[in-house]
Design a protein around this ligand. Structure first.
Ligand code: AMP
Ligand code: GLY
Length: 426
C-alpha cells in the first residue's frame, strides 16, 4: 500500500508514526509534513488547497490511499475532487465528502443534523442579517451565559461565551453586522450554555459500520487551571478517568450510533474519522461539536494507545467491513504535553533553536513535532505549538510527570508548557 498523508502538525506526526509501524505500508508520503514526519516517510511540499498538486503527487508516487489530517481540504471538497476524477477514482480517500464535512464547516448544519436524528445537544437558534432584529429580541430574553457561535470555520476562535446580555448583544452585532469572523460569522448560532465536564470521543466509519477509538480529554486554555485564552490544545489525556463503562455505553447508544445511522439516512457518504466533542452533565452526554477529522493533540494520545494496525483498519474502512474489526487498546494512561512558543496564542516569534531533543526521551515517551523546521541540520521553532511529548504511565499523575520531566530536557527561547495537564485527575 502506498499512502499519502496530508497535513503538517503533531496529529500528522502521530499518524505517520502509527502508519509506518504497519507491514502493509510500503511507501509513506507526507505532504507537506514536518521534520517529525520525515522520520517515517518522505515529505513533499504542497499547498493543501491545491488539489491539482496533490493529484500530481498521487500519480507520480502511485498512491493507493490518502489520509486527510486537517479539516480544510475536506471542507473544501478534496474527497469529491478525487471521486469525480477518472484518474483518481480508484484511490481510496479517508475523509468525508464536502457535503458531510459541513458537520464541522457549518455549526448550523451540525445542529440541524443533530435535531433531525435526535442526538442530544444544547438548544439553539440561528440568525443572519435577515432576522437580525429577531435575534436581538431572542438574546434579550435568553438565560445566562449565552453561547454565540460563528457558523463557519474560524480557526477555533468563533465561539464566544457571554456572561451578560449587553456583551452578547455587542458580540452578536460584531459577528453579523461587522463580519468579526469574516464570512464565517454572517450566520450565528445562539446556543444554551451546557454545564459539565468536556471530553472527546472518536470513531472511524466506513459509512455504515464503525469502530470506537480510545477517548481523550484535551486542555484548550493557555493558562494553568484552564485559564486565559483558547489555543489549539495544550495537552491531552487518555483514557478519561470518569468515562466508565456506563457512560461509554450511553455515548455509543445516544450519540455515536444515531450519528452514523444519520449519515446513511441522509446519504452523506461519510467515510473517515468522526470527532465528537462532548459535554457530560450529570452522567448524560451532549454533543458540543463534530469535527470531520482526528483532533490535535488528541491524536497524540489516541494513536499510541491503539494497538491495532492502523493501515489494516483503514483498509477495512475501504472494504466496508469495519464490523469485523475488534479494537484493542493499551490499558495504560497516555498523556501528552505541548510546548508552545512564548506569546502564543498571541504574537510569537519563529526560528528559535530547539535543543535537547536527542536525549529527552525515556522508553515510555514519544516526541511528536508540531511547528518545527530543519535548517542546515538545526531544528528550529516554526509555529505556535512547537512539539509535544506523549508518555505512558499507570495513571494520569505518573504519565504527566514523565512527559513533564522529558520536556524539561528540551529548550528553546520563550518555551512554555502547562505543567498541570490532567490536574482534575491527580
Ligand atoms: P467549539 O468550537 O464548538 O468546540 O467550542 C469551543 C469551546 O466552547 C468548547 O470546547 C466548549 O468549552 C465551549 N462551548 C461550546 N459550546 C458550548 C455550550 N453550548 N455550552 C458550554 N460550553 C460550550
Ligand atoms: N483539540 C481540538 C481539535 O483538534 O479541534
Amino acid at each position: 500500500m502506498h499512502i499519502l498523508l496530508l497535513g503538517s502538525g503533531g496529529r500528522e506526526n502521530a499518524l505517520a508514526w502509527k502508519i509506518a509501524q504497519s507491514p502493509l505500508c510500503k511507501k509513506l508520503i507526507i505532504a507537506p509534513g514536518n521534520p517529525g514526519t520525515a522520520q517515517f516517510g518522505t515529505n513533499i511540499p504542497v499547498s493543501l488547497t491545491n488539489f491539482e498538486q496533490i493529484e500530481q503527487i498521487c500519480m507520480v508516487e502511485a498512491i493507493n490511499m490518502v489520509v486527510v489530517g486537517p479539516e480544510d481540504p475536506l471542507v473544501n471538497g478534496i474527497s469529491d475532487y478525487f471521486n469525480s476524477s477518472e484518474k483518481l477514482k480508484n484511490i481510496f480517500i479517508i475523509g468525508p465528502r464536502k457535503y458531510a464535512a459541513q458537520l464541522e464547516g457549518s455549526k448550523a448544519f451540525a445542529k440541524e443534523f443533530m435535531l433531525r436524528h435526535n442526538i442530544p445537544t444544547a438548544a439553539y437558534k440561528e440568525f443572519t442579517s435577515e432576522n437580525f432584529q429577531q435575534g436581538i429580541a431572542y438574546l434579550k430574553q435568553h438565560s445566562l451565559p449565552i453561547v454565540l457561535k460563528a457558523d463557519g470555520l474560524a480557526a477555533g476562535k468563533g465561539v464566544v461565551i457571554c456572561n451578560t446580555i449587553d456583551e452578547a448583544l455587542a458580540e452578536f452585532e460584531a459577528m453579523i453586522q461587522n463580519a468579526k469572523f469574516g464570512e464565517a460569522s454572517k450566520k450565528v448560532v445562539v446556543e444554551e450554555f451546557l454545564q459539565g465536564i468536556e471530553m472527546s470521543t472518536f470513531a472511524l466509519t466506513d459509512g455504515k459500520n464503525y469502530v470506537i477509538l480510545p477517548e481523550a480529554k484535551d486542555y484548550k486554555r493557555i493558562g494553568v487551571g484552564d485559564t486565559g485564552l483558547n489555543t489549539g490544545g495544550m495537552g491531552a489525556v487518555s483514557p478519561v478517568p470518569f468515562a466508565d463503562a456506563v457512560l461509554k455505553k450511553k455515548i455509543e447508544e445516544k450519540i455515536i450510533k444515531p450519528t452514523i445511522a444519520g449519515f446513511e439516512k441522509d446519504k452523506m457518504e461519510y467515510v473517515g474519522f468522526v470527532f465528537f466533542g462532548l459535554m457530560i452533565n450529570d452522567g448524560e452526554p451532549y454533543v458540543i461539536e463534530y469535527n470531520c477529522r482526528m483532533g490535535d493533540p488528541e491524536t497524540e494520545v489516541v494513536m499510541p494507545r491503539l494497538k491495532n494496525d492502523l493501515v489494516e483498519l483503514l483498509i477495512a474502512t475501504k472494504n466496508g467491513r469495519l464490523n469485523n474489526i475488534k479494537i484493542e487498546v493499551d490499558e495504560r494512561t497516555a498523556c501528552t504535553i505541548v510546548a508552545v512558543s512564548g506569546g502564543y496564542p498571541g504574537d510569537y516569534k519563529k526560528g528559535k533553536e530547539i535543543t535537547g531533543v536527542a536525549h529527552a526521551l525515556d522508553s515510555n515517551s514519544i516526541l511528536f513535532q508540531m511547528g518545527t523546521v530543519l535548517q542546515n541540520g538545526q531544528l528550529l521553532t516554526n509555529g505556535g505549538r512547537v512539539l509535544c511529548i506523549t508518555s505512558f504511565g499507570k495513571d494520569v499523575a505518573e504519565s504527566t510527570s514523565m512527559a513533564s520531566m522529558a520536556l524539561q530536557k528540551i529548550s528553546f527561547q520563550g518555551m512554555n508548557f502547562r505543567n498541570d495537564i490532567g490536574y482534575e485527575f491527580k
